[in-house]
Design a protein around this ligand. Sequence first.
Ligand SMILES: Nc1ncnc2c1ncn2[C@@H]1O[C@H](COP(=O)(O)OP(=O)(O)OP(=O)(O)O)[C@@H](O)[C@H]1O
Ligand SMILES: Nc1ncnc2c1ncn2[C@@H]1O[C@H](COP(=O)(O)OP(=O)(O)OP(=O)(O)O)[C@@H](O)[C@H]1O
Ligand SMILES: [Mg+2]
Ligand SMILES: [Mg+2]
Lengths: 221, 221
Amino acid sequence: MIELNDIEKAYRTERIETIALQSIQLKIHKGQFVSIMGPSGCGKSTLLNILGLLDKPSKGNYLLDGQAVNQLPSKKSAQTRNQKIGFIFQSFHLIPDLNVMDNVEIPLLYRGVGRQERMRLVAEALDRVQLSARVHHYPNQLSGGQQQRVAIARAIVGKPELLLADEPTGNLDSHMGNEVMDILKELNRDHQTTIVMVTHDEHQAKKTDAILRLFDGRLVA
Amino acid sequence: MIELNDIEKAYRTERIETIALQSIQLKIHKGQFVSIMGPSGCGKSTLLNILGLLDKPSKGNYLLDGQAVNQLPSKKSAQTRNQKIGFIFQSFHLIPDLNVMDNVEIPLLYRGVGRQERMRLVAEALDRVQLSARVHHYPNQLSGGQQQRVAIARAIVGKPELLLADEPTGNLDSHMGNEVMDILKELNRDHQTTIVMVTHDEHQAKKTDAILRLFDGRLVA
Ligand SMILES: Nc1ncnc2c1ncn2[C@@H]1O[C@H](COP(=O)(O)OP(=O)(O)OP(=O)(O)O)[C@@H](O)[C@H]1O
Ligand SMILES: Nc1ncnc2c1ncn2[C@@H]1O[C@H](COP(=O)(O)OP(=O)(O)OP(=O)(O)O)[C@@H](O)[C@H]1O
Ligand SMILES: [Mg+2]
Ligand SMILES: [Mg+2]
């Protein structure tokens, strides 16, 4: 489903060039659930952003379901992203002036899902992350872990083909972290969702099919 | 050093009242290093915000070095906070239009520390968190864990009497998480810094003097 060929990503600030990723060669099959681990700053979020069509590589190409997606114009890129991909961001990116319910329904609006069905799917997703009591809260009225769970609910509400999760349990106690992993395992098992999860938690990574390790922008054995 | 007597905190949204903390009775002695653990949403950040004079309790009183601080006018409260307290926020709260160096020096500006000494202390703090190579970066050019480390450097740069850390290793790999714990242990041992750390990581909590557990806003055995 995913093929990365010789991917490189360089960032430039005024003074420094950072090679965030180099020589990335990667194949992930439909329905696989893989983890990505590695030290802080080694390129994990950068890799996930490229997979999620949120960023373009400096070199190399990215085939998603056989289609070369890193060269798409931004309108087509956004369309592909909205239809196929769910993303749990490391810093959540909730919309501050929308309440929990309205934040979670956004992916369904992009797909033109009808109002009745949206209400049902949003309620279901919020129930899965145990936040049904907070539907009318605004993000700044939630704890850190509750914000993370809203981000999770939003990413899974449309049952996307490809789910990208950037440290989805970082702000959660171990019990809630296990609950979140159960949700991801269930999506993978029952809906064949392909999942790429960045995590610092070896305990959670061991529950997935494979662990890829990044170091200084490269995949290592 | 810290005495909380019958502390309660209630939040009200349009529809729901949340009793985030109730009947909190707590004494922490100068130089102690304690952890606070508990499920997502149980009141940990709320408790830390009250300890850090960022929020006032709905009931009860807070004595800091024998002084009743929850009743101080906001100007005096800010003064006490700037002089005595360092805070590592769960969501970092870095200033987006200041680079790393300028973010870290802020507590020293509040204390009127001279330029030469500020440069030296900032360099030392950034070296401790292994970010010397990123001094001119802006927060949005940093990884999640690098942002967390800038927040840590800023909180420790002025060697505060009281350090409040809200999940300081949540975005860090286990190796960097251990390095951060070493920094905190060192401050505690060499400078008698009183430290209250919220964490979801039992492994890190075990390195501290005591673990307090919160559940549904109450301290439990
Ligand atoms: N401004 C607010 N308005 C309404 N409710 C709030 C507000 N801030 C926090 N709460 C609620 O108070 C409770 C405690 O929040 P707090 O941030 O202290 O939790 P926490 O223990 O730090 O959780 P986490 O581990 O997820 O960070 C939560 O249920 C939260 O929804
Ligand atoms: N916009 C940017 N400009 C310059 N450098 C950047 C930018 N974004 C990221 N970087 C750098 O690229 C490197 C990789 O960043 P990335 O966010 O992928 O790390 P990460 O593996 O997700 O780390 P963490 O575990 O801390 O989240 C880091 O060293 C970071 O400083
Ligand atoms: Mg990251
Ligand atoms: Mg919190």
